[in-house]
Write a protein that binds this ligand. Structure first.
Ligand code: BES
Ligand code: ZN
Ligand code: ZN
Length: 501
């Protein structure tokens, strides 16, 4: 999708359709909209009244110009109430616009960003960025395996902005485009089926990214992982016919001052293992690699934007979790890379075992901050619902930083409390730790507390449980059904923020 910026008149070049966001508080057409209305002999105000267009979100009012203007249609799009408006409103409305454009066969459109500024608090450049993100995210479709594709796509969007802001806006527009495309890249990986993306394939994708953007990359096979003492990760991999891979990507920005370690849960398929999942729960377990795919998406964005001042390590312990004669069992006792022993209570709590070794590994790089993202527990979805990620960690400042950025990106996150009583619940009868809590209560937190044992106390660490929002079976806002690409924009934005510090 080509994005242009127009700091001039509303209709300056030929376009198929001009989209103007209208808040529900707008009763009378004024300013430029009133001028357009008079150029169209009052058609906008007449139709607005006839069709009772009230600016509620999801509503549109199409006014054909019949050759009177340079554009074929003027379309008012509902932006909802100003009271509820924030940056995510701009994303949602932009997604509605690109989807609606198909009805008009309009692949070259203009969106008036200026009009958003009357209802959305914040800088115009941030609103423009959000519009770009919403448009690119809203247009995404997973149709790689459809033999008949619907090939309508909006090809060009012109953003109408205030002229004096042009340079700032152009910069943010670029960031928005990179972030949304990186998020779509993550979605595509999440959606790709488990017979196509297995651990070896995931490693290949990391190698391709490294080649494309000049990252360092190390891929370790089973034998090398064994030598590194990754007994927890390798136990999970034992039941699978497809061998595991341990992936380490390194981005080194110029004048690097801050080192960040990212870890993504990379289960290319989670059947539950011997504690096999019932059929309904096994559906969608291709998305158990969402954390890993997010790490790869974040690296794509880093490759495009090349931020200075930061060094980023991306680590993925990639494997399947399958039942087999060779599979690991409940009651097995494993030894993780840092020597901690773990008694297996349930082979379906495999994510924390793979992450344990990945966190030990990334800690050895001496990062200033570690962030892991994982589709870790069903309990987190029960606690917070499917749209919000659970955030935990050992450092309140680092947690607050992540939460603050997520407010701007619209990726909903909520902190869950670590407490000492729950710490007792992950003790095992015969080893240092159990991979399951004593009961199902607080399951997202006991999983987080388990991970905490594999990061040094002195290193700020944030754990993001994305089991809910990583994928959607219904679609919501600018997310179509499937992988959402959560939390690519939040973590990349946080890295960009650190790059400027
Ligand atoms: N991959 C699942 C968690 C999950 C559930 C992700 C639903 C996305 C949607 C994880 O490996 C798992 O199975 N966890 C178990 C842990 C339990 C056995 C302690 C769970 O949540 O039930
Ligand atoms: Zn599982
Ligand atoms: Zn899992």
């Amino acid at each position: 999708m080509d994005i242009k910026v127009n700091g001039g008149k509303l209709i300056s070049a030929r376009e198929d359709a001009l989209f103007i966001p209208v808040f529900s508080e707008t009763k009378k057409l004024d300013g430029e909209l009133a001028i357009l209305d008079s150029q169209l002999d009052g058609a906008i105000s007449k139709l607005k009244k006839l069709q009772k267009f009230d600016g509620s979100i999801g509503k549109t009012l199409v006014v054909p110009t019949l050759g009177k203007l340079h554009t074929d249609y003027v379309v008012l799009v509902g932006a909802g109430s100003k009271k509820k408006a924030d940056l995510d409103t701009a994303r949602r409305v932009a997604a509605n616009i690109v989807r609606f454009a198909k009805n008009l066969n309009a692949d070259k459109i203009q969106i008036d960003v200026k009009d958003f500024t009357s209802g959305i608090k914040g800088k115009e450049e941030d609103i423009a960025q959000a519009v770009v993100e919403g448009a690119i995210l809203g247009q995404y479709k997973f149709d790689k395996y459809k033999t008949k594709k619907d090939d309508f796509k909006v090809k060009q969007i012109t953003l109408r902005i205030t002229r004096k802001k042009k340079k700032d806006i152009e910069e943010k527009v670029k960031v928005g485009k990179v972030l949304a495309e990186a998020q779509n890249f993550t979605r595509e990986l999440v959606n790709t089926p488990p017979n196509v993306i297995n651990p070896e394939k995931l490693a290949e994708i990391a190698e391709e990214l490294a080649e494309q953007y000049g990252f360092e990359v190390k891929i370790y096979d089973e034998e090398e992982c064994e030598k590194m003492g990754m007994g927890a990760f390798l136990a999970v991999a034992k039941g699978s016919a497809n061998p595991p891979r341990f992936i380490h990507l390194i981005y080194k920005g110029k004048n690097s001052k801050t080192k960040i370690g990212l870890v993504g849960k990379g289960l290319t398929f989670d059947s539950g293992g011997l504690n096999i999942k019932p059929g309904d729960y096994m559906r969608w377990m291709k998305s158990d690699k969402s954390g890993a795919c997010a790490v790869l998406g974040i690296f794509k964005a880093l490759g495009e934007l090349q931020p200075e001042g930061v060094e980023v390590h991306g680590v993925i312990a990639a494997t399947e979790n399958m039942p087999d004669g060779k599979a690991y069992r409940p009651d097995d006792i494993l030894t993780a890379k840092n020597g901690t022993t773990i008694e297996v209570g349930n082979t379906d709590a495999e994510g924390r075992l793979t992450l344990a070794d990945a966190l030990c590994y990334v800690s050895e790089q001496n990062p200033d901050l570690i962030i892991d993202m994982a589709t870790l527990t069903g309990a987190c979805v029960v606690a917070l619902g499917e749209y919000t990620a659970g955030v935990m960690g050992n450092d309140q400042k680092a947690i607050d930083e992540v939460l603050k950025v997520s407010e701007k990106t619209g990726e909903w996150m909520w902190q869950l409390p670590f407490n000492d009583l729950l710490r007792e619940h992950i003790k095992a009868p015969n080893a240092d730790l159990s991979n399951v809590g004593k009961s199902r209560y607080g399951g997202a937190i006991t999983a987080g507390l388990f991970l905490e044992k594999f990061v040094p106390e002195k290193t700020p660490w944030v754990h993001i449980d994305i089991a809910g929002p990583a994928h959607t079976t219904t679609g919501w806002y600018y997310h179509p059904k499937g992988g959402t690409g959560f939390p690519v924009r939040t973590i990349t934005s946080l890295i960009l923020k650190k790059s400027g510090e």
